[in-house]
Unconditional design. Structure first.
Length: 290
């Protein structure tokens, strides 16, 4: 089984540590799928600056293939953040740099490459919305992270994404359970095959229009060893989809209740384990290194 991350890559600059780390939603899901034993690759645009080289080398070092990526003239994306009592606090970003400003357009050759994967994942930070109809024409499953911002919850935006997604992920830690379930139902009504909500310590909920399944978060068993929560949502998604793929999830074969329950628990395990890893997947270097 093979998973492809398509879209964003970024440098996560921890100002309290003075360390730059590789990351990005699409990158992280590919790296975490690889960590769980699947073949994985990343497809996107790197800047031609020193940070772009750092990102490309760090991702490749995890065993995730980057051989179909493109390097463009321009700066890499950088987000700045700090950690407060284990929780990441985002301070700002540069808009994603050339990765988002000049995203990949999937031509015939790249679509043939994508079709060799069982699942392709992208996100609101990738500028990939216009490519989703092309992905929907493949046998490859498509997942999409809708994040937590309200601008990605509007009917207009959901209509750009949901009809072409086999699964959408929504971060809902700021919502109560009723509002979360309503949002999942809305995403499915607008075309998503399956909608998944992560709610932090409150657990997660999955809904496919017929079945709704909820599961608790896995409590931390060693708070003293907690490093930070960077990448926990991405790790949950990776654990969830890898579980479903191993259970036989394909577009003609949607998961049943038992498989969804198992996947929610596997996602919770992956998110738990991510709390003990520095940043998204380690491999940091001091800020300013070239």
């Amino acid at each position: 089984m093979r998973v492809l991350g398509f879209g964003d890559n970024i440098v996560d600059r921890f100002v309290d540590r003075s360390i730059d780390y590789p990351g990005g939603n699409s990158v992280n899901v590919a790296v975490y799928a690889r960590r769980l034993g699947l073949e994985a690759a990343y497809l996107g645009v790197f800047g031609d600056d020193a940070l772009g080289r750092f990102l490309r080398e760090a991702i490749a070092d995890t065993g995730v293939a980057v051989d179909h990526c493109v390097v463009r003239d321009g700066e890499s994306g950088v987000s700045t953040l700090r950690v407060d009592s284990g929780d990441r606090v985002f301070l700002g970003w540069n808009g994603g740099g050339v990765t988002v400003r000049e995203p990949l357009v999937l031509d015939r050759g790249l679509l043939a490459y994508v079709s060799s994967f069982d699942l392709v994942h992208s996100s609101v930070y990738s500028g990939s919305e216009g490519e989703l109809p092309k992905l929907a024409g493949l046998d490859t499953l498509t997942t999409f992270d809708l994040s937590s911002e309200e601008e990605y919850r509007t009917p207009g935006y959901l209509d750009r994404v949901c009809p072409y997604a086999d699964l959408v992920l929504l971060s809902c830690s700021h919502l109560d359970e009723t509002a979360t379930r309503d949002l999942l139902a809305e995403a499915v009504r607008r075309g998503a095959g399956l909608a998944l909500a992560t709610r932090g310590a409150e657990g997660a909920i999955a809904h496919d229009g017929r079945t709704t399944v909820a599961a608790p978060a896995r409590p931390l068993d060693n708070w003293a060893a907690l490093i930070d929560t960077m990448g926990c949502g991405d790790a949950f998604l990776a654990g969830f989809v890898v579980s479903l793929l191993r259970a036989g999830w394909r577009r003609p074969t949607p998961p049943d209740r038992h498989q969804l329950e198992r996947a929610l628990h596997d996602g919770a395990d992956a998110a738990h384990d991510q709390c003990f890893i520095e940043a998204a997947f380690g491999r940091g270097r001091l800020t300013g290194c070239v």
